[in-house]
Design a protein around this ligand. Structure first.
Ligand code: ZN
Length: 315
């Protein structure tokens, strides 16, 4: 993983399996889907985008060989992480869907459901072709039916999963710690890695919240982590991961704050951010429109959390 400097980590061999019982079920672009096989019970971490949900469910059915999927653990309620939910509930109506209380409330809002559908349809047209018809799923199945909070323990057969609230990317973000594996499935609040292992700092709801979540995860000191959006197995060397996440967040915060103190307006800061941060591998991974939407949110956040009119240049 890299921000400005390259830090050392080791990937576990075997891209699609971690510790044998955690297996990758991802079937397309968007959030990753990991099966947590506790032998007598099964769960997945996140559900990916809607357009590839049928293929993701095929991956699950092939792996489970007639066993049911029992639970879903949601990291947060963005469309590329919850898109598969209605399709999963159609296939397994008894499914327990875990997420935060805040996330449950979001998925009860008509405006949030409309936004998820719009972005899911856009993604379907991008990846399946412009003639792809609108997605056909029921909003009533885009839902959290087992809300959880900090410290709750979820039993997945032989495995115990502890819940950690990790705000910063969204207010509904959760990380999940598998006790028996000393493994943390992190939320996007503590950074994410793209295909080339470039660390990003997607703080959208709170910069201080994101830093607090990184420090909380560091204190937990998991031996292994599975970060969001990374297509390969778990990583070890978690200290380097938290350092890198913090560095990536600080770098963007300092850049925006310096520009605000120079008196630049949002459009100019956005332009300079694009030249500075939307480079190389990132261009392939993130559409410029998505980059701009997120960057605008970050500029607003930094202004609210750090900038006071009258600050000196050296402040
Ligand atoms: Zn997200």
């Amino acid at each position: 993983m890299r921000t400005e400097s390259v830090l050392i980590y080791k990937a576990i061999p075997g891209h699609d399996q971690v510790a044998g019982h955690i297996r990758r079920m991802t079937a397309g672009h968007g959030g990753e889907v990991w099966l947590i096989d506790g032998r007598t019970r099964t769960a997945i971490y996140d559900t990916g985008m809607s357009y590839c949900a049928p293929a993701m469910i095929e991956n699950l059915q092939r792996d489970l060989r007639g066993r049911p999927l029992d639970a879903v653990l949601l990291s947060h309620t963005h469309y590329d992480h919850v898109g598969g939910l209605p399709y999963l509930l159609k296939t397994w109506p008894e499914l327990e869907v875990y997420g935060s209380f805040y996330g449950q409330a979001i998925l009860e809002k008509a405006s949030a459901l409309a936004a998820i559908r719009k972005m899911s349809d856009n993604a379907a047209q991008t990846y399946l072709g412009p003639d792809t018809p609108p997605l056909n799923y029921s909003d009533s199945e885009m839902t959290v039916n087992r809300p959880v909070r900090e410290g709750d323990l979820i039993a997945v057969g032989d495995l115990n999963v502890r819940v950690y609230e990790t705000k910063g990317h969204t207010n509904c973000s959760l990380s999940y710690y598998i006790v028996e594996d000393d493994l943390l499935l992190t939320s996007e609040s503590t950074g994410y890695l793209t295909g080339d292992d470039y660390m990003r700092a997607p703080f959208l709801s709170g910069y201080h919240d994101a830093v607090a979540s990184i420090e909380k995860s560091r204190r937990l000191a998991p031996g292994l982590i599975i970060p969001p959006h990374r297509r390969q197995g778990a990583i070890v060397g978690a200290e380097a991961y938290w350092d890198c996440a913090l560095q990536a967040a600080e770098e963007q915060k300092d850049f925006v704050l310096a520009a605000l103190r120079q008196g630049l307006d949002d459009e100019e800061i956005l332009h300079r951010s694009e030249l500075r941060f939307w480079t190389g591998e990132k261009q392939a991974d993130q559409p410029i429109e998505a980059f701009k939407v997120n960057m605008r949110a970050k500029i607003g956040l930094i202004r609210r959390e750090f900038y006071h009119k009258g600050d000196n240049f050296d402040g």
